[in-house]
Design a protein around this ligand. Structure first.
Ligand code: PLP
Length: 377
């Protein structure tokens, strides 16, 4: 007996394919690949290496010479982990530094920083660092989360530009709040505000996340910032009927486990905590070795699709920490050890997210440490 426990199978050829598709959508823009939160649960170092590698192990899917131009992360620890693993390419901290004393670490490790507030400006102007830093100046164009007020733009830009601690090629940046809604007028307003704030500067600019890349071509500028799309998931709302055919990307992660028990239930018998599900008739149920302790969402509702040997069956009963149960039906032939797919190839994580009233981002990030990450064969 040799059963597989929860495993996230990572397909690097799909990653390369998606990068090529993204570049095709925006042929002239450079790619700032977003790898925060352990590369959305995919494994930080391996994804970074693949994005810059000449060769992927399996090139049948795409052009392996396609490369990203820089990496973005959210925390300095993520950036330092990349440097430790030998990544020498540019790395940008999307929220900048959190402590003035980190500026020296940024300089020594050649990390680039976003500047989005007065405290960060003061700190960088007065820092004593061995070499100037490359800075991405973030302007708030309407999302009202991070970024300086557009009225402060000239002041910030001049101060940074005049500082010996700052490299001359400042990148101008903002972030879209509603780009996944093609009908939302605030995106056009953000784009035009960004245009007007930056129009007198010759600097490079960046505005688009995955949804901007897909839905708002005028948001692309000189740098695009794909996250979700790189991992092969559409950033636009999941609609079953469309099957996400808008963009040809392939899921990079397939989350798998196996059946560890198969049993027959008589009509009226229940399964799992709280007896939350009861069989209406005689049926065969399967127990799968995955649960919320692995990052499978506890709020996935009854009927959430699960693939057993590729066959779509419904989740039944409550999700527990280490297990879920599925209804295999009364003619089931499946056996202990059979392969179960929770999302990925053949089953979009976006559909599972919808069944759990969340978004694919959260499901991917929530993959826990006990899930083995392996490369697809
Ligand atoms: C996370 C993030 C992105 C990537 O967003 P996706 O929707 O995953 O493409 C881009 N820009 C910023 C500032 C981010 O924080």
């Amino acid at each position: 007996m040799a059963l597989t426990t929860a495993t996230a199978v990572i397909n690097l050829a799909a990653l390369k394919y998606n990068l090529a598709q993204i570049k095709a959508l925006s042929p002239t823009a450079k790619v700032l690949a977003v790898l925060k939160a352990n590369a959305y649960g995919h494994g930080l170092e391996r994804i970074a290496q693949a994005l810059f590698s000449e060769q992927s192990e399996d090139t049948k899917n795409g052009d392996s010479s396609v490369k990203a131009d820089a990496i973005a992360v959210a925390r300095i620890d993520e950036a330092l982990a990349l440097r430790s693993s030998g990544i020498t390419q540019p790395i940008v901290l999307l929220e900048g530094f959190f402590n003035a004393k980190d500026l020296a670490i940024l300089a020594v490790n050649n990390l680039q920083t976003v500047i989005h507030n007065q405290q960060q400006l003061n700190a960088i102007l007065s820092a004593n660092i061995p070499s100037p830093l490359k800075v991405w100046l973030k302007v708030d164009t309407g999302m009202h989360r991070l970024g300086i007020n557009p009225k402060q733009f000239s002041y910030f830009y001049q101060q940074l530009n005049a500082s010996q601690n700052v490299q001359k090629d400042i990148v101008l940046m903002s972030h879209l709040g509603c780009a996944d809604d093609k009908n939302n007028e605030s995106t056009a307003a953000q784009i035009s505000l960004f245009d007007s704030v930056t129009k007198d500067c010759k600097e490079e600019r960046t505005l688009a996340n995955s949804a901007g890349i897909c839905a708002w071509p005028t948001s692309h500028y000189e740098w695009i910032r794909p996250g979700l799309l790189l991992y092969g998931i559409s950033p636009l709302p999941f609609e079953k009927s469309e099957k996400n055919t808008q963009f040809d990307v392939q899921p990079v992660m397939t989350l798998k486990s196996s059946l560890i028990a198969v049993r027959e239930l008589a009509a009226g018998e229940s399964v799992g905590y709280g007896n939350a599900w009861q069989s209406k008739e005689t049926t065969i149920i399967g127990v799968v070795a995955i649960g919320y302790g692995d990052g499978y969402p506890r709020h996935a509702k009854n009927g959430t699709p699960v693939l057993v040997n590729g066959r779509r069956v419904p989740l039944i009963g409550r999700v527990s920490m280490d297990m879920i149960t599925v209804d295999l039906g009364n003619n089931a032939q499946e056996q202990v050890g059979d392969v179960v797919t929770l999302w990925g190839e053949q089953l979009s994580v976006a559909e599972i997210a919808q069944c759990a009233t969340t978004i694919p981002y959260e499901l991917l990030c929530n993959i826990t440490r006990r899930v083995q990450i392996t490369l697809s064969a």
